[in-house]
Unconditional design. Structure first.
Length: 157
């Protein structure tokens, strides 16, 4: 994956130093990186079609909603005193993603914007916000169910 900076693209990949120490959360984070890699692979090997784009939107939307719900459910119950600020970060990303999913002039432009958004946001979010809870969160505090099941049985915060 590539993250754009003033000096050009930077290779961004999941690494163990991004781990928060809870397998379900770390797996979710890894999946965001894998989604961007899938977008980049689609872009490299030909033109993007509606089917590709619809699948990326569906998968990314499920991951965003499911992962954010997974985090917010334990953050609101734990000793974490920045829940509201953390949730604002999630809400801001949801809003930006929604904008990209509805306003781009072409599928190719939209895929690029989504890839850049995720590439720039997820590593920064993990290192700035998620690292704040990693010293106290335990695997048993986090609902480990697959995101689809988590979403289907959610109770709103």
């Amino acid at each position: 994956m590539f993250f754009k900076s003033k000096s050009g693209p930077i290779k961004i990949q999941w690494s163990e130093d991004m781990a928060v120490g809870v397998p379900s959360l770390d797996d979710d984070h890894k999946s965001f990186f894998e989604m961007v890699e899938s977008i980049r692979r689609i872009q490299r090997f030909g033109s993007v079609n509606n089917w590709d784009f619809d699948n990326i939107k569906m998968i990314l939307s499920e991951y965003v909603e499911g992962h954010f719900l997974r985090e917010e459910l334990f953050l609101v119950k734990g000793p974490y005193n920045e829940y509201v600020l953390h949730k604002r970060q999630h809400d801001s990303f949801r809003s930006k993603l929604s904008k990209f999913l509805t306003t781009a002039s072409s599928i190719e432009e939209n895929m690029e914007e989504i890839a850049l958004l995720v590439e720039s946001w997820i590593p920064n979010h993990i290192q700035k916000w998620d690292f704040r809870y990693r010293d106290w969160v335990k695997a048993e505090d986090v609902d480990p169910r697959p995101l689809g099941l988590l979403l289907s049985s959610r109770s709103r915060l």
